[in-house]
Design a protein around this ligand. Structure first.
Ligand SMILES: [Zn+2]
Length: 73
């Protein structure tokens, strides 16, 4: 059974497009059934986009924290 822990560990790779086809399917299968992980996925994607826009390797810690707080709310 594909659990949340497994899924979360792969979200990073999914966003970075580092997963193979079958792995991507597995993650999406879980995302379709799990609201929590879908939220985490959106968070990761949003973060990735911000990083791309800002052109830096990683988002500033403050920004990252703010996003995390929003996610909890
Ligand atoms: Zn999950």
């Amino acid at each position: 059974m594909y659990d949340c822990e497994n899924c979360v560990r792969r979200l990073d790779q999914l966003v970075d497009k580092e997963l193979s086809g079958p792995e991507v399917e597995e993650v999406h299968l879980h995302l379709g059934a799990c609201g929590d992980c879908t939220r985490r996925y959106r968070f990761q994607e949003g973060l990735k986009r911000l990083i791309r826009v800002s052109g830096s390797e990683r988002a500033p810690d403050a920004l990252r924290e703010r996003l995390r707080e929003q996610l909890k709310a």
